[in-house]
Each structure stands twice: as structure tokens, then as C-alpha cells.
Design a protein around this ligand. Structure first.
Ligand code: 13P
Length: 249
């Protein structure tokens, strides 16, 4: 049985004090949650204060990006060791906004995934198709290729521990969600590609989230599908009430 995982991607929202307030609101609301892994991913500058606020809670800390090198002359970048020292456990990699606006490639996402694993960070690797790709009928082809390239070179046990987040780009921040059946069908295809690249065992273990306008009103329908193991939540992660409702689907 795969344990569901719900992660809040706060994107470029929340100052340090706002992050602290949101975490302080979330902790009591989610204190009784044991059957779902819960993660919040604030912006980098708020990570240290978020780590302090989350101490002793059942909510794990994640971030939204990371560099693939261990250290060096990479102005403006963040190294994995910096995250580990602050108690970060998860790292979102290859989010479509990073691919779209910051030139991230499948190759770079693979490098980051390998480095994250090397440092004991759990990658949440994002994949997803554009509207044009969906309309052209090549969704499965696109997301399965992204999946295989992201996981290239990993061992079976490493791959099984990765979290994948299927986020159709046309559903992100638009209020338009993929239907639960469509999301499940694509995620099942992604799982089949993991089986092809690794094994049935890895495919059965790897957790695959859905992301894209997941919110209190649609989470239970999506989570009822057999291949959907969780959610990567944007807008609905910014309010404690909404996020806790999603977590408690
Ligand atoms: P929304 O939930 O705002 O659509 O964002 C989804 C997302 O991109 C999470 O990473």
C-alpha cells in the first residue's frame, strides 16, 4: 500500500512572517493526521524560520528547487547541503514553471534528482503536458518520456523512493482540473513507464501525485482513483483551512 502524500507548493508567495503564521495555523489543524505524509514548501528565504516553526510537528519541510552541484561559483543558487543542514526533507524538481520560465531541461532535472538522492533529500519530480500536446493526443508520450529521463541512472530502490507529480500545465492555477478519470489514466501510463524502465516492484511502490487546481471540492474524487497517491497543491495550499481540508480528503 502506498502512503498518500500531500505537499503544498507555496511558489513565490508568503513573507517570512506570513509563512510562520500559516504554519502556526496548520499545526493544530493537522495534528491528528497520521495516514498521510504532509509537506509544505515555502520560498527559500523562509526555510530557516519555517523549520523552527515546524519543529516537533508531523509536517515535513520541502523546498521548490535546488542546484545539482554540491557547491561553487553558481551565483544565486542553493546547494543541497544548505538544505539538509536546515532540516529540509523534500525538494520539488522540474516544476513546469521552472521549465517554462527558467529554462529547466529534462537533463538538468535528472542531475538535480540524482544530487538530491545523494544528499538524502526526497525529490518530488514534476512532469506534465501543455494544452497543445494534450490536444495533439501526445500526452502519454510526453509525460512518460519526461519520467524516464528524470529517473535515468537511478537504482531500483532510489527510483522507488522518488515522488512524481503529474501536473498538466493547462490545469495549473487555472481553476480547470483534469477529470479524475483523465488524471488517473495518465498517471497509470506514467506508472507503466516506470515498470518498463525499472520493474513492476518499483512501479508498485513509487508514489505519483496529481497537481493542478486540486482543492477541497475535488480532492476526494481525485484521491479515490487507484493510481493517484496524493497531490501537489498550489493555490489551495496558501490558506490553512483549505490545505487542511485537502490533507484530510
Ligand atoms: P494550483 O494548485 O494553484 O493549480 O498549482 C498547482 C501546482 O503547480 C503545484 O505545484
Amino acid at each position: 500500500m502506498r502512503k498518500p502524500i500531500i505537499a503544498g507548493n507555496w511558489k513565490m508567495n508568503k513573507t517570512a512572517s506570513e509563512s510562520k503564521t500559516l504554519i502556526e495555523q496548520l499545526i493544530p489543524l493537522l495534528a491528528d493526521v497520521t495516514e498521510v505524509d504532509v509537506v509544505v514548501c515555502p520560498p527559500f528565504v523562509n526555510v530557516e524560520s519555517a523549520a523552527a516553526a515546524l519543529k516537533g510537528s508531523n509536517i515535513a519541510l520541502g523546498v521548490q528547487n535546488m542546484h545539482y552541484e554540491q557547491s561553487g561559483a553558481y551565483t544565486g543558487e542553493i546547494a543541497p547541503s544548505m538544505l539538509v543542514e536546515l532540516g529540509v526533507q523534500y525538494v520539488i524538481l522540474g516544476h513546469s514553471e521552472r521549465r517554462q520560465f527558467f529554462g529547466e531541461t529534462d537533463e538538468g532535472v535528472n542531475k538535480k534528482t540524482r544530487t538530491a538522492i545523494e544528499f538524502g533529500l526526497k525529490p518530488i519530480v514534476c512532469i506534465g503536458e501543455t494544452l497543445e500536446e494534450r490536444e495533439a493526443g501526445i500526452t502519454n508520450e510526453v509525460v512518460c518520456k519526461q519520467t524516464k529521463l528524470a529517473l535515468l541512472g537511478l537504482s531500483e530502490s532510489e527510483a522507488a523512493d522518488v515522488v512524481l507529480a503529474y501536473e498538466p500545465i493547462w490545469a495549473i492555477g487555472t481553476g480547470v482540473t483534469a477529470t479524475a478519470d483523465d488524471a488517473n489514466e495518465t498517471i497509470a501510463a506514467i506508472r507503466a513507464s516506470v515498470k518498463e524502465a525499472f520493474s513492476g516492484d518499483v512501479a508498485a511502490k513509487i508514489r505519483i501525485q496529481y497537481g493542478g487546481s486540486m482543492k477541497p471540492g475535488n480532492v476526494s474524487e481525485l484521491m479515490a482513483k487507484p493510481d493517484i497517491d496524493g497531490g501537489l497543491i498550489g493555490g489551495a495550499a496558501l490558506k490553512a483551512e483549505d490545505f487542511s481540508k485537502v490533507v484530510k480528503f
